[in-house]
Design a protein around this ligand. Structure first.
Ligand SMILES: [Mg+2]
Length: 349
């Protein structure tokens, strides 16, 4: 089939989460073909990324032949080269991610197959989920056995706040639950070491994004000092080239590429290959969304997927219809062709 149109749209979101977790400026990419099949992808980078797709990538892609996943990989490499002067990381790669995912959706639909079958042999059925957010009682009631809460450092009073949050999470979810903390780059090395000490009774599985993604030396340094707690990160890193630098610097115990930002499934597969070589577990950021979930079930990712349920009863935009939901703490992709979701057109105008 031949690509006839590539178009990105920034959705008209109605309900933005009232926290530092927003819509991440996610965009929609739609690819059309001469046989009437359409593929949809999800990317990052907001309106700037929409411009990259519509004003640059689309003209390269129109009239291109695409039939299998090798074609997708070739297109990935070409687009990476074409945007290299302004790309490599950030917005351009978030735009490329949206296109890559739309092409995986398209090729899978052309084969009447779910994307996970195109990726490889399915090795996981229901994937264990962890709930990121603050409504712990609701998560416990819903059957989650793993949970990550946000913590932001402002001053010394935040040590006690971290203890209170960890205490609440542990007592609500029980001794066996996995408990993690996402600091969103607000800690430093000293804070991290002190936190490891005072939070040790709560057996925190990982600290996420403790330092900025540029401070690889700092992360490599604290990583060895906070065990058994692990240092996780990678949602702000891009492509297999970026993750190769992470590997060389030994900065992280766990990699968390965001499949809608790091370069899509094509980049995700290359990142997983590197991770395998270096023995690093991969747990994609927001892995409970279809873009990460299809990759998780058919690759060497860990058996753990992040979901963001928000708070009980809070209104949410249903951008993708047919998205799998976590049930009793587990989630799995459906068997419909492509990623198995359809776009909610009412959010596109
Ligand atoms: Mg995070």
């Amino acid at each position: 089939m031949k690509i006839t149109s590539v178009k990105a749209v920034y959705p008209s979101y109605k309900n933005v989460a009232p926290s530092w977790r927003t819509h991440f400026w996610q965009i929609i990419v739609k690819v059309e073909t001469d046989i009437g099949l359409e593929g949809y992808g999800y990317g990052g980078g907001g309106r700037a990324s929409v411009e990259v797709v519509n004003k640059h990538f689309s003209e390269i892609l129109c009239k291109k032949e695409i039939n299998d996943t090798r074609d997708i990989a070739a297109i990935w490499d070409q687009l990476y080269q074409e945007c290299l002067p302004y790309g490599r990381k950030g917005i351009a790669i978030m735009a490329l991610s949206g296109i890559d995912l739309a092409l995986w959706d398209l090729v899978a639909k052309s084969e009447k197959s779910p994307v996970y079958k195109l990726i490889g042999t399915r090795s996981k059925q229901g994937v264990r989920t962890y709930a990121t957010g603050t409504d712990i009682e609701w998560y416990a009631d819903s059957g989650f056995t793993a949970h990550k809460f946000p913590h932001r450092w402002n001053d010394k009073s935040d040590y006690q706040k971290a203890i209170n949050s960890a205490e609440k999470a542990r007592s609500t979810l029980g001794e066996k639950a996995l408990i993690m903390i996402d600091t969103y780059m607000s800690w430093n090395q000293d804070v991290t070491l002190e936190m490891a000490k005072i939070l040790s009774p709560y057996n925190i599985h990982w600290f996420e994004d403790v330092l900025t993604p540029d401070d690889l030396v700092g992360q490599a340094n604290i990583r060895t000092k906070v065990k058994p707690t692990l240092i996780a990160g990678g949602e702000h890193e891009f492509t297999h080239y970026g993750f190769m630098e992470l590997a060389r610097s030994a900065a992280l115990d766990i990699w968390q590429p965001d499949i809608t930002w790091c370069g899509g499934i094509t980049a995700g597969l290359r990142i997983i290959e590197i991770a395998k070589t270096f023995g690093i577990p991969v747990i994609p950021h927001r892995g409970g969304e279809v873009w990460g979930l299809h990759l998780i079930v058919s690759s060497d990712c860990q058996d753990l997927a992040e979901v963001l349920p928000g708070t009980k009863g809070a209104p949410k935009d249903e951008l993708w219809a047919g998205e799998p939901q976590a049930e009793n703490g587990y989630i799995e992709p459906n068997d419909r062709p492509g990623f198995g979701v359809t776009i909610n057109e009412s959010l596109l105008s």
